[in-house]
Structure formats: structure tokens, C-alpha cells
Design a binder for this molecule. Structure first.
Ligand SMILES: Nc1ncnc2c1ncn2[C@@H]1O[C@H](COP(=O)(O)OP(=O)(O)OP(=O)(O)O)[C@@H](O)[C@H]1O
Length: 261
């Protein structure tokens, strides 16, 4: 495993009741890199993220997770709708010590949701909730962000803003990002590597290369795939010529509060 790796999966397989949903999957997320997993419904994308997070143990293969702190935005939040829980409290629970109002407010401002601090989580719109979840993940100051369709329910302008924010966090703070997305058009512009998953890894690599791969074309069709190239652009994430990136200092720390500094 490279010294910049935050999480590495090798030969990971998962089956539910004898039904294989992940088959010999390899994946690495390095510091400062954005890896986006695409694939049809039921392809195993969320399962893959949960394996990377350690929430599901694989039936075969291995997972190494040297990331010190992980921020996770799940696909769906299981909030008890009748449980009174303010956004302020919800964010404070996520960051533990140091959850001062001003810090929480700044965290919300960053994702364009400064106005919801005093609201109840249950009353948020879908797009507002996604922004709050992203703010909560970022407030932890993670070195690895795991995002399962992070902009679901967010309007188009907001989606582009949030993907820009995610790209900035990777570029400027060296955070590694593992993300699932259906927003293929938008996501291509904020991705270093695309992993096309359909139980197994069909193809993986630079967005433009993947968008021309026969297996990718077979899955998504030439119409979707053809339009992707328009949205791809080169990245300047400060990688060295051989693609290697800054090494990560070790340490393995989980739990609600992993804010550094
Ligand atoms: N706990 C579980 N028990 C049994 N089957 C499961 C379980 N979780 C997921 N599955 C099945 O595993 C397969 C992969 O599910 P997963 O949620 O990983 O797919 P996905 O690619 O994220 O799908 P989507 O794009 O629809 O969110 C699906 O067929 C799903 O029904």
C-alpha cells in the first residue's frame, strides 16, 4: 500500500444470503484524490462504501484503513422523524468537544446552509439535509471523506457549488474523497479517478478514459457516455509527475470527535 493511501481494498467480496454483490473489488483512495464510484442501481456502490468504512466486513479480501479521521455522508439518514433534534445539536454531536456555535455556524455557511442552525432536522428539505450532513462530515476535519450521493435532492446550481467545495477540500486540504454519484455529468469535472462498478470493477481510471471504455459504454449507453467528455477537465491537484502524492502521517482514530488542531 502506498504511504499516501487512506483506504485500500484488495479482492473484496461480499455476499448477502449467497447472492454476490461485490466480487473481487480493488480500490485505493489516496490523500488529495477524488475517487468516484459510478454504476447502475444495485451495483454494490453503497455496500462498497460501507466496506471501506468498516461497517460491513467482507466475506473475502482485505481492507486497510490508515485514515485517522473519516467524515461520512450516508445515502439516507435514519433520523427518527418524531425525535426533537435541532441542527445545532445534531452538528455538535458530530464534532464533540469544540462544537461552539460560531464553529457550527461557519461550517453551515461553508455549505450554503447558514440559515438552518436553529431549525429542527426533521423539518429540513432534502437539499438542506444533504448540506447539513456534508457540513457535519467536514466539521470533523477528516482526512478521508466518504460520500454516498452527497448532493441528492440539491438543486442544480447547488450541486455544482457543493462539488466545487468537495474538490477544493481535496485540493487545498489534501483530503481523500471516496464518493458515489449518479450525477455523472457534474461529477466528472471534480474527479481524479472513476471506478465503474457493476458487482465487479468493470473499468477504472481517468474520467475520460473510462467514458470511452466498452464496458462503461455497455452499461450507460453511448448517449450518456458521449456527453461526459464535454464535462471532463484536467485537474491541478498538485500531484507529482508519477501520480504520487504527499505521504500521510499514521495514527488511527475514530469516534465522534476527530478534529485536529
Ligand atoms: N442488508 C442487505 N441484505 C440483503 N441484500 C442487500 C443488503 N444491502 C444491500 N443488498 C442488496 O445488495 C445489492 C447492492 O446494494 P447496494 O445498496 O450496495 O447497491 P447500490 O449500487 O448502492 O444501489 P443504488 O444505486 O440503487 O443505491 C442490491 O441488490 C441490494 O438489494
Amino acid at each position: 500500500m502506498s504511504s499516501a493511501a487512506l483506504v485500500t481494498l484488495r479482492g473484496v467480496s461480499v455476499a448477502y444470503g449467497g447472492h454476490v454483490v461485490l466480487d473481487a473489488v480493488d480500490l485505493t483512495v489516496e490523500r488529495g484524490r477524488i475517487v468516484t464510484v459510478v454504476g447502475p442501481n444495485g451495483a454494490g456502490k453503497s455496500t462498497l462504501l460501507k466496506v471501506a468504512l468498516g461497517l460491513i466486513l467482507p466475506d473475502a479480501g482485505m481492507v486497510e484503513r490508515p485514515a485517522a479521521c473519516i467524515g461520512y455522508v450516508p445515502q439516507r439518514l435514519q433520523v427518527e422523524r418524531i425525535l426533537p433534534l435541532s441542527v445545532r445539536r445534531f452538528l455538535a454531536m458530530g464534532v464533540g468537544q469544540g462544537g461552539m456555535n460560531s464553529v457550527l455556524e461557519a461550517g453551515l455557511e461553508r455549505v450554503g446552509a447558514g440559515h438552518v442552525l436553529g431549525r429542527q432536522v426533521a423539518d429540513l428539505s432534502g437539499g438542506e439535509l444533504q448540506r447539513v450532513l456534508l457540513a457535519r462530515a467536514l466539521l470533523r476535519k477528516p482526512d478521508l471523506l466518504v460520500l454516498d450521493e452527497p448532493v441528492g435532492g440539491v438543486d442544480m446550481a447547488g450541486q455544482a457549488e457543493l462539488y466545487d467545495l468537495i474538490a477544493g477540500v481535496a485540493r487545498d486540504e489534501g483530503v481523500g474523497v471516496l464518493m458515489v454519484s449518479h450525477d455523472l455529468h457534474v461529477v466528472m469535472a471534480a474527479t481524479d479517478e472513476v471506478v465503474c462498478l457493476n458487482r465487479h470493477v468493470c473499468c477504472a481510471g481517468h474520467p475520460e478514459t473510462v467514458s470511452r471504455h466498452p464496458e462503461y459504454l455497455a452499461l450507460f449507453g453511448p448517449r450518456v457516455a458521449g456527453s461526459l467528455a464535454i464535462y471532463t477537465h484536467a485537474h491541478d491537484h498538485g500531484h507529482s509527475a508519477d501520480g504520487s502524492i504527499l505521504p500521510l502521517d499514521g495514527g488511527h482514530r475514530h469516534g465522534p470527535e476527530c478534529r485536529h488542531g
